[in-house]
Ligand binder design. Sequence first.
Ligand SMILES: [Zn+2]
Length: 308
Amino acid sequence: MKQCIAQIPLPADEVYEIQKNHLVSGNGSKRICIVSGTHGDELEGQYVCFRLQELLRQYQDKWQGTVDIYPCLNPLGMDSITRGVPMFDLDMNRIFPGDPKGSMVEYIASCIMDDLTGADLVIDIHASNIYLREIPQIRINELQQDVLVPMGKWLNMDYIWVHSASTVLESTLAYSLNERHTPTLVVEMGVGMRITKAYGDQLCQGILNAMVQLGMMESMSLPVKKPIISTDGQVHFLNAVCAGLFLPNVRHDHRVLKGEVIGRIVHPLEGQVRHEVVSPCSGLLFTLREYPIVSEGSLMGRILECEG
Ligand SMILES: [Zn+2]
């Protein structure tokens, strides 16, 4: 059943409205929430919201409880292919927990928080941006790792990145919900403005497995990957030392060796290679630049140092 969780009039007769699909089966009291579209240019979660509902219909008599699906928390952004909230020039994931008496977007954020609070698990799906491609991964604040890492392992992702507390943004949806003791996992996968169907299918299997683990679904044999966890090694950032055109040499999600050439920064006018990008360590290349133009300092990749 479609439900409106926040509504506010826009200046020219239109309405800013956040909707969810509220699915209930049997008598179970558990609730899982699938959230996406905080950033209007990230579409990977749109496919997951669609595909998961197909699967839930297929397994209709095998699950119970509540599944709430919120495909689009920033509808104005999605309609206009804009990452932030248009008109406000605002990253929506920097205003949580919001304020019921605040500006329009703060009010909307507070309604979203109220609706999600108390769920047994919230999965907030992001898709990087148009510049970087990510393997299917979960990002967790180290302060919340004891609760979230075991749940993160349910989701069939390749990688769990536990961030140090100093880099954590306190105004995100996930941080604010976890502060309210509503366990929230942030998924990052794929690339902005595109859909990587295989990643979406992988996450849907993980969500079904999470429902099994929460006791919402009958046990079934689901292939669930054992993720690599970043606490096992250091993350290295590859930043461009000069401007130019970045041409990768390796495949994303590839394991690279120390000294291996990851790519080249070339100069189209001169026809010259300006810089060879060499891996500082052996490990998993979990982020790779998708957008070819780089300036000095641009991120080209991230590698988790690990053996094997
Ligand atoms: Zn995002």
